[in-house]
Design a protein around this ligand. Sequence first.
Ligand code: BES
Ligand code: ZN
Ligand code: ZN
Length: 495
Amino acid sequence: MKTSTVTGKIDRVASPLLVVFAVDTASDKKVPTIKVLASGAVAKAAAELVSNGEFAAGSCETALLHKPAGLKAERLLVVGLAKATTAEVRRAAGAAVRFAKPRKLKSLAVVVPEGLDAMAASRAVVEGAFIGDFDPDTYKSDRKDQGIAELSVLAGGAKEAAVSAGVNEGTILGEAQNFARGLVNEPGNVLTPTVLGQRAAAMAKEVGLKCEVYSTEKLHELKMGAFWAVSQGSVEPPALIVLTYEPEGAAAEPVLGLIGKGITFDTGGISIKPSDGMEKMKYDMGGAGAMLGAMRAIALLRPKVKVISVCCSAENMPSGSAYKPGDVLTAMSGKTIEVINTDAEGRLVLADGLHYAKQLGVTHLIDAATLTGACVVALGMVNGGVFSNDEAAYAKFVEGLKISGEKFWRLPEEDDYKDQIKSQIADIMNTGGSRWAGATTAAMFLKEFVGETPWIHLDIAGIAWLEEQKPWIAKGPSGAPVRSLVEWVRGYAAE
Ligand code: BES
Ligand code: ZN
Ligand code: ZN
């Protein structure tokens, strides 16, 4: 999708589909007072459409007018916002794209909504359009490419510089999010750890990042006993992917570490999962996918801060060579781990990833992982779980959420929960104390490998995959939390 900023008179813009946003400003929603967030001829053309009582400006609600009077555009689409916020604009722009796609309208012109910060609003328009444009249909042999070819963002009365900056950022973030979604959508037989490493290397080359991809030998050399154990049941070798971003002008510290769980398929291993729904476990590399997407955006946005990403990729399989319940592993940090359940493999690969990142000089850690079903039980598919041992790092993350529009809910990682992972025969066990507070148990395990380093853990099991389509996004990989990761990193950048 090609994006551009267009200035000048909106009524003179020739487009198959001109999109404007509208909101109900009535305090009493019983008598709607629809306000179109545009002025002049566009507002006039939309007035009749929104005042006849058929359109309530609900979130992502659409109303279409052919041959709008006084406009050069062929069609005018009004999309409702529940509230005049950038988060709603993002969704509404996605809904406009998903309206256009099945109608084979390849080109869209969207009016930057008036009354919002022009840069943030135009960025949201573009992000939303990319999100709406993605469909997970790569493997359909009769696939018709209904993708949007062109998106023009119409500045209207807004400052051109702000709109064009928003369009630029929105394009980078939207493409990065869809890059992550593309990876997560790949089936396990295609996207093995080796292939994930290759895709990371290709992306790194494209955007100018340093990339190293290692496998079994390096895991042995680094004594990554936990990560290696998870990989040992599969014929597919593991991949340790390290991306480095070191811009000129960045301070020596902080060095931010982005650690991703990259299980390309999680059968559960010897503690095998029930077959019902197991096919979805190809998305168990969603954490790594998000880190790679975020690194892609970071390389293009060029914030002045050092970032290293470590993604630990393996396939969790049962076999004659698989690790077993009862095995005792020695992690890279030297800690010993009693394996209780081979399905709690994500925390094992992350244990070595977190420790390795610290060895590479990382001063602040953030990890993302489709880690526990318990997090989905607690928060459903609306909020991801966030855990942190550091208030300053957490505050930066929360600041970033205001921009990214992604949703996270904080869960505890207090030492009172440590008993859950106490082992009789090793330093810790990978699960087992009790089935309660499972998301926290996993976080407590990770915390053992973080030490004093400020750290944020994102459990994205519930939000990395959408079970149902929404008006603004297809069913399947969501690309969360790419945008929040990028904003967290930008929060540390020098001016
Ligand atoms: N990849 C799963 C977590 C998961 C579950 C992600 C559902 C998405 C949806 C993880 O490796 C896992 O299996 N965790 C176990 C941990 C348990 C054995 C302590 C779980 O959540 O059941
Ligand atoms: Zn598992
Ligand atoms: Zn898993």
